[in-house]
Ligand binder design. Structure first.
Ligand code: AHR
Length: 509
């Protein structure tokens, strides 16, 4: 098959935020224990943090990471998670089941971030916590002279951590949340909490909860009107869904789910822009979207409980998931600079970018994808025109069946191109082009319209495997790995294999 990709270098849409390649940790199942913290294990450091996981995360280049939840945080008291490790209370994990050791708390999270070089993003407990709890948490992290700053120093950390990103609430509209609120109540409470957080430190960047998949314009409007002047981000969570991961019937709905993501992001950006332009007094600073939870969920029965249905212990992320994730990156790159952050669910275990057991760290195809896009697909987003055959596909397959029939919407089929491409100009002036071929069976001969001023050869990175369900395991950790070729003669044509992801980098001539 054939397609044409034309790069319009002069049409730059905006700065791509490096944070769109961000990650997420939550206290659910085996995600934190032993995924990130493993006590006295030979693989852990003096704080119990897994050194091999830190090393892999550093190599991955995690730009930002959200913690501790999610639903978990709305029943979490941060004070349980600081102080001498062995004296911390063991509590029930109120949301996900099982026990919470509280061994991975604020100091461990922030130390982990510093070692990895990731920006921390902390979500406070709006559900069952108080405003004072939240402010004291900020002060524990960032204060200099106060009682909570002294508590931090007594716990071994002299310098303030300087945490800038603070989320206020999580899916507050959901009846599964501890502390569900209506739009008016949430908007008022958020404005109130945000006001005091900003009074404490005007430089903090605050995130307010946006509506379910961007579908409730009224919710988003009320939040922006009431609290927009304090907010740097409005959050949106979108989950695709998989019912039978091994079935080839699911391939196209999953590969095309990013079309649904882009639609929902555009919808929320539209609400944001319309609301801001109607407001008498605009905030005077940009408010960006934060897609701070996203993935393809597979509802797998796991008798262990403990949030097990989300853990996907038997389904490591595979090439199909990488095709999906690349499409989500493309949507966010096209929507730069309106999308300022995203946090994949999760970095470790449970749909993870890495699968961590007591004695191994396995890098999934997603790991390689995040790493490469984070390195190359940054800078200024440029317009790319794609002429490609399309396919009529219903997306997403089913949206969140756990939310009940009324929300389990089956979408009309949409016609979407097999080839999806985006471009970026890096700080060094090089041109980067990312291409996803979503066709299951057919390769494509691409005709590339590369602007003048770039060499005719490129560095070419590709991720491909004949089997779309191929994944990496501790027995076969390198089954799906990328290939990097330097100085490949392109001369405006390129052949890409079926179901593959290919990135090109052209230096200035
Ligand atoms: O996948 C994790 C959970 O999903 C988060 O805790 C919650 O915010 C979302 O519904």
């Amino acid at each position: 098959m054939k397609a044409i990709i034309t790069i319009r270098e002069e049409e730059r849409t905006g700065e791509i935020s490096p944070y769109i390649y961000g990650q997420y940790f939550e206290h659910l199942g085996n995600c934190m224990y032993p995924g990130v913290w493993d006590g006295d294990s030979a693989r852990s450091d003096g704080q119990g943090l897994r050194k091999d996981v830190i090393e892999a995360a550093r190599e991955l280049g995690v730009p930002v990471i959200r913690w501790p939840g999610g639903c978990y945080v709305d029943l979490y008291d941060w004070k349980d998670g600081v102080g001498p490790s062995e004296q911390r209370p063991v509590r029930p994990n109120w949301h996900w089941g099982g026990q919470e050791l509280n061994r991975f708390g604020t100091d461990e999270f922030l130390s982990w971030c510093e070692q990895v070089g990731a920006e921390p993003y902390v979500n406070v407990n709006l559900g069952t916590g108080t405003l004072v709890d939240a402010l004291r948490w900020i002060d524990y992290c960032n204060g200099a002279e106060t009682a909570d700053a002294k508590w931090r120093k007594d716990n071994g950390r002299e310098e303030p951590y300087g945490v800038r990103l603070w989320g206020i609430g999580n899916e507050t509209w959901g009846d599964w949340e501890a502390g569900q609120l209506g739009a008016d109540e949430y908007a008022a409470k958020l404005a109130n909490w945000a006001q005091f957080a900003k009074k404490y430190d005007s430089q903090l960047q605050l995130l307010g909860v946006g509506s379910y998949e961007g579908n409730d314009e009224e919710w988003d409007r009320k939040v922006i009107e009431a609290a927009g002047k304090y907010l740097s981000y409005l959050t949106i969570h979108i989950y695709g869904c998989s019912v039978d991961r091994e079935s080839s019937d699911e391939y196209y709905p999953i590969a095309f789910t990013p079309v649904y993501f882009e639609n929902q992001l555009r919808k929320m950006i539209g609400t944001l822009e319309t609301t801001l332009s109607r407001m008498n007094k605009k905030p005077g600073h940009p408010i960006r979207l934060s897609l701070d939870e996203w993935n393809i969920r597979h509802y797998e029965v796991d008798p262990s409980g403990n949030g097990g249905y989300l853990l996907n212990r038997n389904s490591p992320r595979n090439l199909q998931d990488a095709i999906f994730a690349a499409g989500v990156f493309h949507a966010m790159i096209r929507l730069s600079p309106h999308v300022g952050m995203a946090n994949y669910v999760f970095l470790v275990n449970g749909n993870g970018v890495m699968n961590v057991t007591e004695d191994a760290v396995v890098k999934t195809p997603l790991y390689h994808l995040f790493k490469q896009y984070g390195q190359w697909m940054t800078g200024k987003s440029v317009s790319v025109e794609v002429q490609s055959p399309s396919r009529l596909t219903p997306v997403p397959l089913v949206s969140n069946p756990e939310y009940g029939e009324e929300l389990a919407r089956k979408h009309q089929p949409v016609s979407s191109p097999y080839i999806d491409a985006v471009g970026a100009i890096g700080e060094d002036g090089s041109l980067r082009v990312a291409i996803v071929n979503r066709h299951l069976e057919s390769g494509f001969d691409l005709s590339l319209g590369i602007p003048e001023g770039y060499g005719s050869s490129a560095a070419v990175w590709s991720l491909h495997h004949d089997d779309i369900h191929a994944s990496n395991t501790s027995e076969a950790p390198e089954r799906v790995v990328p290939v990097l070729r330097m100085g490949v003669s392109i001369d405006n044509t390129l052949t890409v294999p079926a179901h593959s992801i290919v990135l090109l980098r052209f230096e200035k001539a």
